[in-house]
Design a protein around this ligand. Sequence first.
Ligand SMILES: Cc1ncc(COP(=O)(O)O)c(C=O)c1O
Length: 399
Amino acid sequence: MYNNRLDGLTEYPFQRLAALLAGIEPAVPTVNMGIGEPQHEPPALLLAALSKSAGDWGKYPPTAGTPVYRAAVTAWCTRRYELPANFLDPEKHVLPMAGTREGLFMAAQLCVPPRKNGQQPAVLMPNPFYQVYFGAAVMADAVPIFVPATKNLGFQPDYGAVSESELARTAMIYICTPANPQGTVANLARLKDIVRLARKHDFVVVSDECYSEIYADAPPPGMLQACAELGEGLKNVLVFNSLSKRSSVPGLRAGFVAGDEDLIAKFSKLRAHAGAVQPLPVMAAATALWNDEAHVELNRTLYRAKFDDAAAIFGNTHGFYRPAGGFFLWLDVGDGEAAAKELWRSAGVRVLPGRYLARPQANAENPGAPYIRVALVHDQSTTKDALVRMKQILEGMTP
Ligand SMILES: Cc1ncc(COP(=O)(O)O)c(C=O)c1O
């Protein structure tokens, strides 16, 4: 006996990659650029804050986190998005998350009703997309609708082009800005359009902004900012962010959700039953990190140097472009799976075929199939060395 919705889940991309590469023995030392796991040194203030609150490991943490943590998140959002004072209330609009992954998943449990306008509800997501969105929709018994975010669309989903009948059954949409995998940033006008659409059709916008602090030039706008400019508070909106990328601490499991007061209250109720709660020392360390920008600026500098190298190595080959945000290259190599195999075999570089991050559209084409995603998460010299080897191999593969 089990919940047979599980049968609707596809293998996670990294399992598919492991299967694809099984049995291949690289001839050279290997480097894993398949997973977006930041490898920069964690900031020194992390350890100091953790050890200072070491006496708190013996306490159960409160589901809603500490007031100090919620205040630090509120202050950070207010500074970062230039929100009006008191726009965000730490008691009403903010909850801590143990990273955002679980929260992004639980959002569907929270927002998808059994029926919407007499139909099975739909959850919209960009295509390609972070795979948790799909699993969340399937396990909430919603129909996932994949909205193309292809090159001709500037790698952004056009939710305004979704049909009225599909919008009528939509309970929730995911947006990811900067986007994983393409690094595209949605501008403020687009974000506002999405919020307007959500309020018109009464669905929830889940805005995944965990790459917001890794950017090339200008800080990407966020959904909180869009809401502040639109009026009507945070109605229909939930924003997720985390320290995993911003502060290079994916193992800390520290993030937050901020948004609609009513939804946050319901989220708190759900999390009391099923939420992974951050331990108090983790929350103390995370508070220190949200309060500090110096280490984040350094982090951005390290990524920019690696994108400089990538630009010099790839030039205008393989559709190379410098993404506005995030730390991935999204390279057009013709056949992403074939390239991933060859890059592993001959260059010892593990990359993720774009196919595993997307689903076939109505025309049966998988929009990720020609691509590979390359995570620039290692130090500069490791990354540069790997990119040079990749370029050589890819050149040899070009028909
Ligand atoms: C688009 C996107 N959203 C969310 C996450 C989850 O990150 P975390 O749970 O570490 O906050 C990731 C992690 O790779 C991601 O790429």
